[in-house]
Design a protein around this ligand. Structure first.
Ligand code: SAM
Length: 260
């Protein structure tokens, strides 16, 4: 979806401004010596960009060439030489071999919600395991939905306004809509008709539509996949904001696990 319009990364930057997870990672990285970092689903660098600004070497993988181009331009505008700290791979994380020997793999920003099924989500955790060197860490940070698919996701046929919505600096306007068309509450699967209206400064209008499937992930699923893969869970927090310990029912689950 992130490739459907070249202006979408600008709207993403306007709407996704949280940095508590970046602060959390910076604290963690202070304890590592010259860490090599991998960020699959890096997008246009909400997490990656501040890390390279601090001098860390980061490899990012993302399916969207628009998001990666936007990131490259942001880096160039800030300081050309910082491009030496980054390697960007334009690929589907499920279909490509990830590079390896990393000290930290970052699976942040709800990236599990980008995938359609449990199987795909489990594959990502297995790939993270193989990408780590012994002693390396994986960081996984997602909303947490245990049990049945939440009722708020089950409004079949009701179209609501959703990301991306906003206006770019040069006047392109965008409004996203989402209409659930199918759910399997027990298996927590959801399919929706998504559409995005685009209006250009010259009045020209465009509409893009597509069907998207999601599997809102639970903390217990992530815990099981980590354990099955051989990653040792070192800590679980209820999000990165105040590092509160995870307890059942928490809205967010942030895992730190190690390849011991
Ligand atoms: C919500 S953005 C997250 C970006 C960033 N990690 C953050 O926290 O702001 C999700 C990104 O995942 C990418 N993505 C989705 N599915 C992917 C896949 N199968 N392989 C690689 N990237 C994918 C999208 O292109 C998008 O840039």
């Amino acid at each position: 979806m992130y490739d459907i319009n070249e202006h979408l990364p600008e709207i993403y930057d306007q709407l996704e401004t949280r940095s508590d997870d970046v602060d959390f990672l910076c604290e963690l990285l202070k304890k590592m010596k010259s860490p090599r970092i991998l960020e699959p689903f890096c997008g246009n660098g909400r997490i990656l960009f501040p890390l390279i600004k601090k001098g860390y070497q980061v490899t990012g993988i993302d399916l969207s060439s628009e998001m990666l181009d936007h990131l490259r331009n942001k880096i160039k505008r800030y300081e050309d030489s910082l491009l030496d700290n980054v390697q960007l791979i334009n690929a589907d994380v499920l279909k490509t071999d990830w590079p390896n020997q990393f000290d930290l793999v970052v699976l942040g920003g709800n990236c599990m919600y980008e995938l359609a099924t449990l199987d795909e989500q489990q594959i990502v955790i297995e790939k993270a395991f193989h990408a780590l060197k012994t002693g390396g860490l994986v960081f996984i940070d997602n909303d947490n939905m245990e049990g049945l698919l939440d009722e708020s996701w089950c409004k079949i046929g009701v179209e609501e306004k959703i990301f991306p919505s906003g206006e770019c600096p040069h006047g392109v306007k965008m409004q996203g809509y989402c209409k659930p068309i199918w759910v399997d509450r027990e298996n927590r699967l959801w399919k929706a008709q998504r559409r995005i209206e685009v209006e250009y400064p010259d009045g020209k209008k465009d509409e893009i539509s597509y069907v998207q499937q999601k599997h809102p992930v639970s903390a217990s699923e992530i815990k099981k996949w980590l354990e099955d893969t051989g990653l040792e869970i070192l800590a679980v927090y209820a999000g990165t904001k105040n590092k509160k310990k995870f307890t059942e029912g928490a809205k967010r689950a942030t895992f730190l696990a190690g390849k011991i």
